[in-house]
Ligand binder design. Structure first.
Ligand code: ASP
Length: 438
């Protein structure tokens, strides 16, 4: 029994963990009653889930630094960084463009907000919590120039301690270039990073063996606390988001990118990233999923580490297609609920602001929920109280939506990484097509 379990591919075990977690959580919620179920789920399951998330988060900084430095060294020529960077950013923007319009079109058809205005008014009680959280989030708001300046760390060690991914990417690329340009004398430092990258990757694989249990604990906690009420009156909003995300994943990533551009089998792509998707769904955080995403791209899809180690960390911070879809849908949801006018100009405003906000959103749970308040104010000129009312209504159910947008965010990152790898001649197609997904 145990040996059959151990012999099973990891992604299958992760999905079994996910399904069992949902069953256990719902069992607690309905078997023991909502309050008692939530208490048990929080007391006994959440700590295990948190422990798993902490274990993978622990690897983010060492993984980014070591894979990126050894990746730059593997490129062998600093000039390649420019073309890689331009291709990456171009593709990230292109996929986000599709995402945001897909979200808008689906929301215009499904009409998640129509007839919701009374229900929304009734969420007024929850708006204090949201307004509080918003005030805290507002303190962290940065202007564009501050945002760009923060990419240059004045102290790389402090940037590592803060988990400031873009700053770390910047420093690691420079470090790699420095090692390359130093030549013979820089070689020992380069060898050190190459070996360290192997070691950190090995630790990632060890921790991933715990993923089925971590995912089970996280899902049991989410479902134990929320029960099926998480679907509640949000049915149509959830439907619109899940539908648009599925379309983005299947048509844009599986179809356009993998089949048409890469000319590779879409099925392999999805099997190859299944572990990362399971972890993304249960943690709701692209950043926390990053080590798993890198490992899947390298081992299952044959993306060279010079590409996986640079394109994916950047994607986890700036490329969020699921988030862009979500923000577009929330804007239309508000417009439909409040009966606001939506002209062609408004659609363009929504598309532009949702794209920018998705770039600025952090890869952590519920990051974009609070950004949506600013968006509603900016696009429709709602006052803060009205915008908060909408978000307060979505707030209790946001986890369910967050899980799906994180899955989309992560899939988009890997689709782009695979394409950049192919264009750079760094994609091992034999590995991509191979059946053996570990
Ligand atoms: N949770 C999402 C992520 O980590 C961000 C969001 O809130 O949209 O990718």
């Amino acid at each position: 029994m145990l040996s059959t379990w151990r012999a099973m591919k990891l992604w299958k075990r992760v999905f079994i963990g996910l399904a069992l977690g949902i069953i256990v959580g719902l069992g607690l919620h309905y078997g023991l009653g909502a309050d008692r179920g939530a208490e048990i789920a929080t007391k006994y399951f959440k700590p295990f889930g948190d422990a798993f998330v902490n274990l993978i988060k622990m690897l983010i900084v060492p993984l980014i630094v070591t894979t990126l430095v050894s990746g730059v060294i593997a490129m062998g020529d600093p000039k390649r960084i420019g073309s890689l960077g331009a291709r990456t950013i171009g593709l990230y923007l292109l996929t986000t463009f599709f995402a945001v319009w897909l979200g808008i079109i689906v929301a215009a058809i499904v009409q998640p907000g129509s007839g919701m205005s009374d229900l929304i008014q009734s969420s007024a009680g929850a708006s204090d919590t949201v307004a509080d959280k918003l005030r805290n989030a507002g303190a962290a708001k940065k202007s564009l120039s501050e945002y760009l300046l923060a990419i240059i760390p004045t102290n790389p060690v402090a940037a590592a301690a803060k988990g400031d991914v873009l700053a770390l990417i910047f420093f690691s690329i420079l470090l790699g270039i420095g090692i390359l340009l130093t030549g013979e004398k820089g070689k020992p430092v380069g060898d050190f990073f190459e070996s360290a990258a192997e070691v950190v990757m090995k630790i990632t694989m060890m921790i991933m063996e715990l993923a089925p249990y971590g995912v089970l604990a996280l899902m049991a906690w989410v479902m134990g606390v929320n029960g099926l009420a998480i679907l509640g009156s949000m049915g149509k909003l959830a439907l619109a988001l899940y539908l648009a995300c599925f379309l983005q994943i299947i048509l844009i990533y599986g179809g356009l990118i993998v089949k048409v551009i890469l000319k590779l089998p879409a099925k392999r792509f999805f099997f190859g990233i299944a572990d990362a998707l399971g972890v993304a769904y249960s943690t709701s955080s692209s950043s926390a999923t990053l080590p798993v995403t890198i490992s899947c791209a390298e081992h299952n899809l044959g993306v060279d580490k010079s590409v996986a180690g640079s394109v994916l960390p950047m994607g986890a911070t700036i490329n969020m297609d699921g988030t862009a879809i979500y923000l577009g849908i929330v804007c239309l949801f508000a417009a439909q609920a409040f009966g606001l006018d939506v002209t062609m100009g408004t659609y363009f405003m929504i598309a532009l602001s949702a794209t920018m906000a998705s770039v600025g959103a952090a890869g952590i749970p519920s990051a974009s929920l609070f950004l949506a308040v600013g968006l509603l104010q900016g696009v429709f000129g709602l006052d803060e109280a009205q915008a908060v009312l909408i978000i307060a209504f979505i707030f209790p159910f946001d986890r369910l939506l967050d899980m799906m947008r994180t899955v989309t965010n992560v899939s988009g990152d890997v689709a782009v990484a695979s394409t950049v790898a192919k264009w750079e001649g760094q994609l091992d197609e034999e590995v991509f097509k191979a059946v053996s997904v570990h």
